[in-house]
Design a protein around this ligand. Structure first.
Ligand code: NIG
Length: 381
């Protein structure tokens, strides 16, 4: 089936060979999508049976949200409220969500996840990575991945999210379980493996073991690092060849150099810094050093309960030193790179026909109108 998105006032292609600047901007454009793939970008006025009228507004590639934890039950509004009153975030609430998730039926987890996926889509997300990590035993990690697989092919095994209550004081034994029986059961259901390398979660040696085991099982590598303090996470991620290291809130000069000389994407999660009252990372330093960056929602019940990529764009521009163009690119091409997906993040011939039509004349409105739903329609994905 052929779809034409016509009368696009301003099109973001992310292909400088097609249009102006890094965003590859084209005015008065149309795009033709055949069987889900962009086949051409041209002037407005093309015909097709399925014609979507952008009415002179802005169209950009669908957002690629490369970090989310959508499979969970329970609520941690009280923890958030306490944080706003000064209690620091330490990740310990992961165990509260683990208890609620283990107690929920698979049907209920499916329903809750579907609701969150639908919400993300309404805000323009066409590709979502979804992690496990609130099961923390073999049965419930597998169950979480089975649910995640119903919504995305970008599934991540995060058995090494936190040591569950029954293993407190026996972290190495838990790492044995994650790298053994749990990984064996999870690997067929996951594309990626992830580990939370942070004080209070897993140290560098334990994290390295998890990544090595995941790689041996054929999974791609990702890492949560440098969220609550400087630490070994970023350098370990680079050394192990992770596709992405996520959070990057506290970065030393050495970390930035390591990122800049690597293929590992630095993924910022600004809604987390917002919801945990952490300082925002200085993305400017990272970009100016030449590292690749992405921005993702990190939607989860503890540190960042939002599915809104536009909200993350607004924070990145307001508080992380990014230009609007850099932020838009970080949630499209950046997310695609963080998932090693060549087919996503552009609206150019050969790319997936995943598009967002804004109810606005330009992409600037994504940052300029914070908290307002500026997405009119989402196509594909
Ligand atoms: O990325 N840091 C680890 N994991 C999540 C938080 C999960 C939670 O608090 O429930 C994060 O922020």
């Amino acid at each position: 089936m052929t779809t034409v998105i016509d009368d696009i006032g301003l099109l973001v292609t992310n292909d400088p060979a097609i249009g102006r600047g890094a965003l590859g901007l084209v005015e008065n454009a149309s795009i033709v999508i055949d069987d889900g793939v962009v086949v051409s970008v041209g002037p407005a006025g093309q015909l097709a049976d399925d014609r979507v009228d952008a009415a002179g507004r802005c169209v950009l590639p669908g957002f690629v949200d490369s970090h989310s934890h959508l499979v969970f039950a329970g609520d941690r509004a009280e923890e958030f409220t306490a944080r706003m009153a000064g209690t620091p975030y330490d990740g310990g609430g992961i165990r509260v969500t683990t208890e609620a998730t283990r107690a929920a039926s698979t049907e209920r987890l499916m329903e809750l996840t579907a609701r969150r996926v639908g919400e993300a889509r309404r805000y323009g997300t066409t590709t979502l990575e979804i992690k496990s990590g609130y099961g923390l035993n073999v049965i419930d990690e597998v169950r979480s991945l089975e649910v995640a697989n119903r919504f995305t092919s970008e599934t991540t095994f995060l058995g090494a999210h936190l040591v569950p209550s029954e293993y407190v004081g026996r972290t190495d034994d838990y790492v044995d379980l994650v790298c053994g029986e749990m990984l064996e059961a999870a690997a067929p259901l996951a594309k990626w493996i992830d580990v939370f390398c942070e004080r209070g979660a897993f140290d560098a040696d334990q994290s390295a073991r998890v990544l090595d085991a995941g790689k041996a099982a054929g999974l791609g590598l990702r890492l949560h690092g440098n969220q609550l303090s400087e630490g070994p996470g970023v350098r370990l991620a680079v050394e192990k060849g992770c596709a992405s290291v996520d959070h990057c809130t506290y970065l030393s000069d050495e970390d930035i150099e390591a990122l800049a000389s690597s293929n590992t994407v630095a993924t910022f999660l600004p809604a987390t810094d917002f919801s945990t009252r952490q300082p925002y990372p200085n993305a400017r330093r990272v970009i100016d050093a030449g590292a690749q960056v992405a921005i993702a929602s990190n939607c989860n019940p503890g540190s960042s309960y939002t599915t809104s990529v536009p909200f993350c764009i607004a924070l990145s521009v307001r508080d992380m030193g990014m230009t609007i163009e850099e932020a838009v690119q970080a949630v499209t091409l950046g997310g695609a790179r963080a998932l090693r997906r060549e087919d996503l993040g552009r609206l150019a011939p050969g790319s997936a026909g995943h598009a967002v039509i804004l109810d606005a004349p330009s992409y600037h409105h994504l940052a300029y109108r914070p908290g307002v739903d500026v997405v009119d329609r989402v196509i594909g994905g």
